[in-house]
Design a protein around this ligand. Structure first.
Ligand SMILES: [Zn+2]
Length: 830
């Protein structure tokens, strides 16, 4: 049965009004299945009509509608027809459901550290029917009352507060009306830390084996949570509406986090088993704030249908960065946004699959899945920053508060949001929305200069080559004695297609000119040639963090557009990164250099030299006096690019704790990254991997060993990894991901080139393995480095096939776009 179509959802929403769900889960039925009994009370606006309920049971024992048994064999895929509805109805469904190993539905995980079992439910976007029978669409909200039976020593956490727990029997209060995709329950012998802020009970939860990490991180997590609540309560009239606020860190989670009201779920890598950089703490704080913003955007007021996904994600994204920057010690989040997060969005917005931020025409939930992308997050948040810059905070938040007041516990669409903002501001918000939210693609803002013979600026014009209005700042700088000194900043309003002269910066004697300085808008920039030359000479001498972030992001963009030799990017890195003092910039540059420049764009001797350049840069950072966070990022890059006898001996030393750079430590994650590097170079064998796995069993070891095994060169090991990747249910989601990450890191050009071609013969099979596995196979396993005409041909042939699901097609099409880009870069510079 295909995923729910928008047209079907519209009919069902008009017909039904759900009064409430009563759900009982029996979690004591063994490792494969759990019991799920649901009573749904609902009204029907047109008595006599038919409808259907969503459920994906392993076994459907009983279905009773208004006292009349329904034929359970009539279950059609994941739908059961409900004939002849009355004005008020009661439906009982008694079923058994399957536990998930892919993070879709009720995921079951056995902790390799101590064999303890944990469960958590992921219901978004349309997975709730894997947990309980329901009308699974965002605009049929209802209170959910959960009871559960579980092993005696388990703790359960869910959206509602627990009211009773004894002898493994749990009862929770009814939730406020929520969408089904927001239901969750987390269960197992959890370790918990409790707190309270401003009358809101707080809880943090994790696996028992992460108790020390949770205890260590709890103060920072509580501090960020409390600061974020305070700021949200200043900004919004409506207080946090969902009672208690729990944050659970769970294993094998597919996303960063999920905003279930009252019980947010995070991937438990965020508890940092290994030392973490400041940028990682900063990103975690941003995610905590992002999920809290969702309590209003998404949970209290929810998009009616998935085509307005931006009403959830763009707002949470913008507020996540803003609140972390304004209210926590992580004041530099916007720098990370500029240099890391936006790249994800710019890449997406320049592919063939780009779409408008809002109202993107999504017909089915399957299509919606693929729009959880850099456009719905980074671009939408950038568009909202432009809107705030244009309207001002006061009008913007007045509009938002009116919007919340009108749609409390309900659903909304783009026009509702625009109407509220227009009323509050008196401005032409609809015109703004047409150009910013209803269009796709990136505008380019170009600086055009005239200069005297000595390079002095005599005229400056900024040109908007795009179709949207931009409110930006243009920065002017002078270079004096190797320092880059601000000469002035000018606010410029650039209408579509407009050219605007900026005499102020000429008068100020600016030499280096940076359009979109401060990064207020969503646009590519192009500098004049003289300014770019100054950047290559003096980038690290620019004082402002965001300006440097904008310039590093610009260099990245030039590489991707085949306007800058990727080797020249590495030259910029080697010259300027050792002096960089912002963690997120160091991470972003080293990652782009490794994954894109060396991993894709360079070949042969240029690739070898590129890897050496990253290795030298990393070691220069390690030898310098940078912060521990930056040196940790450098150590990671040094580990992953180690080569040659001397460096490998050094790497082996680090892994045994010898000569580890001062102030740093090798945690499990870095240890396994080092082992994977050794494995890919043929410097590790299977018995050594097995011994490492036994040394300190745990999640990192499980994932790390999978990555190492796939990274081993040799036809037998490659064949074994390949076989596992394409065998349904052979691995959990995250073990499969680790295997995919290791697979392409070794092997001869000929052997792996042949696998790249075979990939496109097999990839259609992924269509039958659910969205998560098909995303991992369609994206993480895609042979990005093999940008040959044959591989491109095979990719295009696969895309022409009819068998692909929307998400698999989108992943393959996007990766194929990137493959073409790599081919263009190579053609330009090799
Ligand atoms: Zn979100």
């Amino acid at each position: 049965m295909p995923a729910l179509q928008r047209a079907e959802a519209t009919v069902r929403a008009r017909l039904l009004e759900v009064r409430g769900y009563t759900v009982h889960l029996d979690l004591t039925r063994g490792p494969e299945r759990f019991g799920s009994t649901t009573v749904i009370r609902f009204g029907c606006a047109e008595p006599g009509s038919d409808s259907f309920v969503d459920l994906e049971p392993a076994a459907l024992h009983r279905a009773v509608l208004n006292g009349q048994p329904l034929d359970v064999t009539a279950l059609d895929g994941n739908r059961l027809a409900l004939p002849g509805l009355r004005a008020e109805n009661e439906l009982l469904i008694d079923a058994e459901m399957r536990y998930s190993r892919t993070g879709e539905g009720l995921h079951r995980y056995t902790d390799p550290a101590d064999d303890a079992v944990y469960l958590y439910a992921t219901c978004g976007p349309d997975l709730a029917a894997k947990v309980f029978a329901c009308f699974d669409q965002p605009d049929l909200k209802a209170p959910i009352t959960l009871t559960a039976t579980a092993p005696d020593d388990w703790t359960l956490v869910s959206n509602g507060a627990p009211v009773k727990s004894e002898g493994g029997r749990w009862e929770f209060v009814a939730t406020k009306p929520i969408s089904t995709y927001l239901f969750t329950v987390v269960a197992g012998p959890l370790h918990s830390v409790y707190g309270e802020h401003d009358g809101i009970p707080l809880g943090l939860h994790a696996r028992r084996s992460l108790a020390a990490e949770l205890d260590r991180e709890a103060p920072e997590l509580f501090e960020v949570t409390a600061a974020s609540f305070d700021r949200l309560h200043e900004l919004f009239d409506e207080r946090y509406p969902f009672g208690e606020y729990h944050q659970a860190f769970v294993p094998e989670f597919n996303w960063g986090a999920m905003e279930n009201p009252g019980c947010v779920v995070f991937r438990d890598e965020m508890l940092f088993r290994s030392p973490a950089t400041e940028a990682e703490h900063e990103r975690r704080a941003m995610v905590v704030c992002h999920e809290m913003a969702h309590m209003w955007f998404g949970d209290l007021v929810t998009m009616r249908w998935w085509d307005d996904l931006w009403l959830n994600e763009s707002f949470a994204e913008m507020l996540g960065y803003r609140i972390a920057a304004e209210s926590t010690r992580f004041t530099g989040t916007w720098t990370g946004f500029s240099v890391q997060r936006k790249g994800w969005g710019y890449d997406a917005d320049q592919r063939a699959s780009t779409h408008p931020v809002a109202g993107n025409g999504t017909r089915s939930v399957a299509e919606a899945m693929v729009n959880f992308d850099g456009i719905s997050y980074a671009k939408g948040a950038s568009a909202l920053r432009q809107l705030v810059a244009w309207l001002g905070d006061e009008a913007f938040f007045a509009g938002l508060n009116a919007y919340f007041a009108d749609h409390l516990y309900g659903n909304a669409e783009l026009p509702d949001f625009l109407a509220a903002l227009a009323a509050a501001s008196g401005r032409d918000v609809h015109g703004w929305a047409e150009s910013w939210l209803r269009t796709s693609g990136v505008d380019t803002l170009r600086a055009e200069t005239e200069r005297a013979a000595d390079g002095a600026l005599t005229a400056l014009t900024v040109v908007n080559e795009g179709e949207r209005p931009h409110l930006i700042e243009v920065g002017g700088y002078r270079v004096e004695d190797g320092r880059v000194v601000p000469a002035g900043r000018a606010a410029v309003e650039l209408g579509p297609g407009r050219r605007v002269a900026v005499p102020a910066l000429v008068e100020a004697g600016a030499q280096l000119v940076v359009p979109n300085d401060g990064d207020l808008t969503w646009a590519k920039i192009r500098l004049d040639a003289h300014s770019w030359r100054l950047v290559t000479e003096s980038l690290s001498a620019v004082e402002d963090d965001v300006t440097r972030a904008v310039l590093w992001a610009h260099a990245r963009d030039l590489v991707r557009d085949a306007e800058l030799d990727p080797a020249a990017y590495l030259g910029l890195m080697e010259r300027h990164l050792p002096a960089e003092n912002v963690d997120s910039i160091v991470e972003a540059v080293l990652t782009f250099a490794h994954v894109h420049v060396v991993g894709r764009h360079l070949t042969g001797a240029r690739r070898t030299e590129g890897l050496a350049a990253i290795s030298r840069t990393a070691r220069a950072l390690l030898a310098g006096d940078s912060s521990d966070g930056i040196r940790l990022a450098a150590l990671r890059a040094a580990v992953e690019t180690s080569g040659g006898e001397r460096q490998l001996a050094e790497l082996r030393g680090w892994l045994t704790g010898e000569s580890v750079p001062a102030g740093l430590a090798i945690g499990p994650e870095l240890r396994w990254a080092g082992l994977a590097r050794l494995a890919s170079l043929g410097e590790l064998d299977e018995p050594q991997i097995a011994a490492e796995l036994a040394r300190e069993p745990g999640t990192e070891a499980e994932f790390g060993a999978a990555r190492c095994r796939a990274a081993l060169p040799g036809s037998a090991t490659k064949a074994a990894a390949w076989q596992d990747l394409f065998t349904p249910d052979a691995m959990s989601n995250r073990v499969l991901e680790a295997t995919a990450r290791g697979f392409w890191t070794s092997g001869s050009e000929d052997e792996m080139g042949a696998y790249a071609l075979r990939y496109f013969e097999r990839i259609g099979e992924a269509a039958h393995r659910g969205d998560i596995i098909s995303r991992l196979l369609g994206e993480t396993l895609y042979p990005v480095a093999h940008a040959t005409p044959e591989v491109l041909g095979a990719a295009e042939h696969a895309l022409a096939g009819a068998e692909l699901t929307p998400s698999l097609r989108r992943n393959l099409a996007d990766c194929t776009d990137d493959l073409r880009r790599t081919r263009a870069v190579r053609a330009a510079f090799e």
